[in-house]
Design a binder for this molecule. Structure first.
Ligand code: ATP
Ligand code: MG
Length: 305
């Protein structure tokens, strides 16, 4: 069935991104709470129709690690996109405190499985892996959203705002991985995955803007500097997992299959030596962070099995 605006009751705003606003909505015919993203685009009707058609692929993106897509429509020059509402928000809300190792492991496992599903089953490269695009619900499920499926939409979104937090791999910053067909390699997403893991562990973006004179200096550090590392407080296995995501040369980075094997090993270690992780610092000032954490910790023993 096709969703339209008349069926929706608008609730509170969930957040704002570079390209639009996300609101919580109630789909009245089914009584399902959804998240609706509004993207303002200055495009003609034909192009807007093309975007809606391209987004249709998302109906096939059904997996436990992928935010469910309900439908999209446009009104005037705005595209509206309805997806599963994730009631514990996005991982960027975990600012300020180190995420305990088992939780980090669960997040990593879900992200790798989600990315592998997109690549293997749908031949989709995410292209925008970062903490705000990883969502959590109170059941403790971790799911990916905002992956690139519409060429027309990608083209239309102004690339002016690279932002002060770039999760782009060094080769993407240098512009090498964009071949004639305009495709990225999957290993660029692996870099962004590693960087997101470090952000979870540090509780802040790994290349803090205040340390650099300007965005150029910051991007130079990503391209020419040593990659960041997981702090010493994490186990050797976890540090190795992240290091293999953050190799500067894309061909040297681990594949999803390799990462899954290490994630599984890590899970076994957690079960065998649970005491090792009990002392992990877990300080979080924001209430919302506590909520996300709670969701993740609650289901921990269950999901590790
Ligand atoms: P960018 O515009 O660079 O992609 P972003 O991912 O933060 O940044 P949006 O995708 O517009 O921007 O999302 C804005 C915020 O809305 C997110 O940070 C997230 O916290 C929240 N959000 C997005 N989708 C959902 C959802 N399905 N359920 C709950 N909250 C959501
Ligand atoms: Mg997003």
């Amino acid at each position: 069935f096709a969703i339209n605006m008349d069926q929706l009751h608008l609730d509170e705003e969930l957040g704002k991104g570079n390209y639009g606003t996300v609101k919580k909505v109630l789909h009245k015919p089914t009584n399902v709470a959804m998240a609706m993203k509004e993207i303002r685009l200055e495009l003609d009707e034909a192009k807007l129709n093309a975007i809606i058609m391209e987004l249709d692929v998302l109906h096939r993106a059904v997996a436990p690690e992928i935010v469910e897509f309900y439908g999209a429509f446009f009104i005037e020059s705005c595209v509206y996109y309805c997806m599963e509402y994730m009631d514990a928000g996005s991982l960027d809300k975990l600012q300020g405190g180190g995420v305990p190792e088992p939780v980090l492991g669960r997040i990593a496992g879900s992200m790798v499985r989600g990315l592998k599903f997109l690549k293997d089953d749908l031949q989709i490269i995410h292209r925008d892996v970062k903490p705000t695009n990883v969502l959590v619900n109170r059941k403790g499920e971790v799911k990916l959203c905002d992956f690139g499926v519409s060429g027309q939409l990608e083209k239309s979104l102004a690339k002016t705002n690279i932002g002060c937090q770039s999760y782009m791999a060094p080769e993407r910053i240098r512009g090498e991985s964009q071949n004639n067909l305009g495709t990225y390699t999957v290993s660029s997403d692996v870099w962004s995955l590693g960087l997101s893991m470090i952000e979870m562990a540090l509780g802040r973006y790994p290349y803090p803007p205040e340390t650099y004179a300007n965005v150029f200096a910051q991007l130079t550090a990503i391209v020419h500097g040593d990659p960041p590392e997981l702090p010493d407080s994490y186990s050797e296995d976890s540090r190795d997992f992240v290091a293999r995501c953050l190799r500067k040369v894309p061909e040297m980075r681990a594949s999803y299959a390799e990462l899954l094997v290490s994630a599984l090993l890590g899970v076994f270690l957690c079960i065998l030596f649970p005491m090792r992780h009990v002392s992990c610092t877990f300080v979080s000032s924001a209430l919302i962070a506590a909520r996300v954490m709670h969701s993740l910790r609650l289901t921990l023993p269950l999901r590790l099995a």
